[in-house]
Design a protein around this ligand. Structure first.
Ligand SMILES: [Mg+2]
Length: 305
């Protein structure tokens, strides 16, 4: 079997686990090729000949995984996500067992699920239209601030960090959102508009209870204007009812669509998968790329059910 491993050496504290994985994976007759993203090795270089491999393993945090999967789209080589980063939300959404040996077994067996990606469009300062795939959440407003503020302590104190980060913004900016979703236009005031491909965040909190990455739809949520303290019930509902089936998400207005165009006045900034976009136009598009990725799953993954 020919296996390509793409790894980010700077991905985080578990960065060396990938070598234990490679050891667990190896059997006679294999060819394992490791490529390390960095100077002179961009994600698109690393995947240039990916179709000649039987498997591709992507090892890093959410930023690395997002960039590599965006380069990989539509190649349909079975892809295993290996959680080497400080934030591994996409891996958590897939739901595979995290041990190196278990992931090596799943990689060899090669059972896959077809999942969607999101695609984001925006106009940069020079007026050029830019695009990037996203695997988790993109959007404008409150969420970017939260993800940024939660970053230094994420994975250590989990939802507490999230709540504290939220409290750090006592009076979030309010904007007018115009949301065109599959031809229907809604206008509403909010402090954030998020577009999600998957919505499980830290500590198994599902931000948007209906959100799945294999339904051919993106989930759009506008958070109603509220001081952060007033959002506490929603945040606490997230903590005590992670799946969102009982308490729901009282301050979120939600839509599902294949594509959407969102205008935010004034602009509240933008991010995708935790990476900030320098952009002040306040207008962006998003669409679903259905069944764009073949991700390797094991028996624990809800994607297999
Ligand atoms: Mg979906």
């Amino acid at each position: 079997m020919r296996i390509l491993i793409i790894h980010n050496l700077a991905s985080g504290p578990s960065s060396d686990e990938i070598f234990a994985f490679a050891r667990a994976l190896s059997i006679g007759g294999d060819e394992i090729c490791m490529r390390f993203i960095g100077d002179g090795m961009e994600p698109e270089d690393a995947v240039a000949d990916v179709r000649t491999f039987d498997r591709v393993v992507i090892s890093g945090g959410d930023g690395t995984v997002s960039n590599v999967l965006d380069s990989l789209r539509d190649t349909h080589v079975p892809a295993l996500i290996f959680p080497s980063g400080t934030a591994n939300l996409f891996f958590n959404n897939i739901g595979n067992a995290p041990e190196a040996a278990a992931l090596a077994k799943a990689c060899r067996e090669g059972r896959t699920a077809q999942v969607d990606m999101g695609e984001l469009f925006w106009t940069d300062e020079a007026g050029e239209v830019r695009r990037h795939g996203f695997i988790i959440i993109a959007g404008s407003g409150f969420d970017a601030a939260i993800m940024q503020k939660a970053a230094p302590s994420k994975n250590e104190i989990g939802e507490i960090a999230y709540v504290l980060a939220a409290l750090g913004t006592p009076e979030p900016d309010v904007a007018r959102f115009t949301i065109e979703h599959d031809g229907v236009v809604d206008e509403l005031d909010g402090i954030s508009c998020m577009v999600a491909n998957t919505a499980l965040i830290q500590n198994d909190i599902n931000l948007f209870p209906e959100c799945r990455m294999d339904d051919g739809l993106i989930d759009i949520a506008v958070i109603e204007p509220a001081a952060t303290v007033q959002l506490l019930p929603t945040l606490l509902a997230g903590v005590f009812d992670p799946a969102g089936r009982g308490l729901g998400r009282p301050q979120f207005k939600m839509f599902q669509a294949k594509e959407a165009k969102i205008t935010c006045t004034p602009s509240l900034g933008m991010q995708f998968d935790g990476e900030l976009i320098e952009n002040n136009s306040g207008c962006f598009g998003a669409r679903v790329l259905p069944k764009y990725l073949d991700v390797i799953i094991d028996d624990f993954s809800p994607l297999g059910r």
